[in-house]
Design a protein around this ligand. Sequence first.
Ligand SMILES: Cc1cc2nc3c(=O)[nH]c(=O)nc-3n(C[C@H](O)[C@H](O)[C@H](O)COP(=O)(O)OP(=O)(O)OC[C@H]3O[C@@H](n4cnc5c(N)ncnc54)[C@H](O)[C@@H]3O)c2cc1C
Length: 565
Amino acid sequence: MDAGWDIEAQVVVIGFGAAGACAALEAAAAGCRVLVLDRFTGGGATALSGGVVYAGGGTAQQRAAGVSDTAEAMFAYLRTEAGDVMPERTLRDFCDGSVAMVAWLEGHGVPFEGSLCPDKTSYPTNRHYLYYSGSEVSARDIAPPAPRGHRARGRGTSGGVLYARLAQAARRAGVQVAGQTTAVRLVTAGGRVTGVECRSLRGAPGWARAAHRALSRLARKPYLYAPKLGRALHRPVGWLEGRYARPLLIGAERGVVIAAGGFAANRAMLREHAPSARGTLPLATPGDDGAGIRLGTGAGAATALLSRVSIWRFLTPPPALLRGVLVDADGKRICDESRYGAALGDAIAGRGGRAWLLADAATIEAARRQVRGTTLWFQRLQAWYLLRAGKVSAPTAAGVAARAGVDPAGLMATLAAYTAVAAAPPQARTDPLGKPAELLRPQDQPPFSLIDVSIRPRLLHPAPVLTLGGLVADPGTGQVLRADGTAIGGLYAAGRSAVGLCSASYVSGLSIADCVFSGRRAGRHAAVLSRGATPGPPAVLSRGATPGPPAVLSRGATPGPPVVP
Ligand SMILES: Cc1cc2nc3c(=O)[nH]c(=O)nc-3n(C[C@H](O)[C@H](O)[C@H](O)COP(=O)(O)OP(=O)(O)OC[C@H]3O[C@@H](n4cnc5c(N)ncnc54)[C@H](O)[C@@H]3O)c2cc1C
């Protein structure tokens, strides 16, 4: 190893979210000295998430709920979502290993539960932890549907529980964590990645580190709901990094895993690669600034699917709204309203971002009665918008169309066609767009309402966006690839920094499931792919260790600026 390193480990993981924690756990299980570094204190988007993991094929929770499922059915459904973004073999491995993946997470302390949610919802309440988190019922002609959204057990959005348990397990396994340390460049030698150039607050005054920790935590939630406020709170974090961070050079004997999240927080990258995301809310933390992707491309990596984003537009809860009819500005029906919120978002973005849900008086009344029993606090705001602030009403369908700015003739024609199907006897009730028969109800009771569900900046009913593309990684090993398909020695990528199982299309739980799958794969291979290396003593870094003098960068490298969104 190069004597110029400030710290050495066998496997270095950049980013301590779900993907990074899982990579670290596998590399440590293979006997490696593992160091994880994180720009903040770890957790990333994972800790803020709903903690839903997409899993099936007969998990313990599905069996406890009396649900029958097979890996084959899961594969057939996911093929419709994932397309050919991954080779068939990889998707099969993911589905065949799904039961074991949930057991592995449970083995590391992540709690799940087989309490089945009776309603179609964007996120179940604290009574239920297993639900239909995708469009499985809409795809029932392709594969027997099964609920596969496994939400980590915990009140509210339970991604915090999922992350905390994985982080605890990693520390228990001897993984060292260097917080407040930003990777700014990869060090290469002979075409191989051998280390990471960082800027770290490890030598900074205590108050600066405490302020950085506190402010970065404080900014995370506002960043999700009111990005302007979040950005303002985050600004001093960038200043502290610029003022006090010092270079730190970390050697990686066997490999570096990039697990630094996506780029939903980088507005310039979004504008360049995914203009359809205009007017959306980043479903991200300030750490999702594309730094992971840039680290990879700086070392020669290829990227793919950067234009793929998941825009969420949920019509539920309350579930009764699924009886409504989703139309565009011409009054034409857009798609099966019961599909997953990201599929609806995709369809709406494809119509220029403008859409309305038509609902009659009976549907609105049924939905109002459901609000209390089917929502968590953040969903109550959405329900209030859908049922009150976001709708206009009129005694006739033509009248409400005129009020909303929708073409009245188009809407009348759509409504007539929909009512003809919905009023048919159950055995003849077949929706051309695939909505399940039990959700097909005539919308014929005045007054009629049109709820504006367009994608545009809106405080009460924002459309969140998640980026899905990233570095191209070998589907078998997680090694990062160049444009010519050759692997960059010593470099791996996982989670939202990389192209993954959810890169074509996201359903709830598929991002975290992919983080677990790709993180474990990268950690395992980084640990064993470099020949001749034997596991050594624990990583040099220890908690509370006093940092040495600022590192002298070797190989003539100059530190880059801190990464600030
Ligand atoms: C509110 C919300 C709800 C969601 N719900 C779900 C859900 O229920 N199920 C699901 O599947 N998905 C969900 N998602 C999406 C999902 O949470 C993320 O896609 C996923 O957690 C990403 O994990 P990751 O490990 O790739 O990145 P992250 O969890 O974001 O971790 C990346 C880490 O890298 C660090 N980092 C970044 N740059 C650097 C750098 N240069 N140097 C060092 N460290 C760096 C960051 O600080 C961060 O801690 C949700 C997202 C949000 C925001």
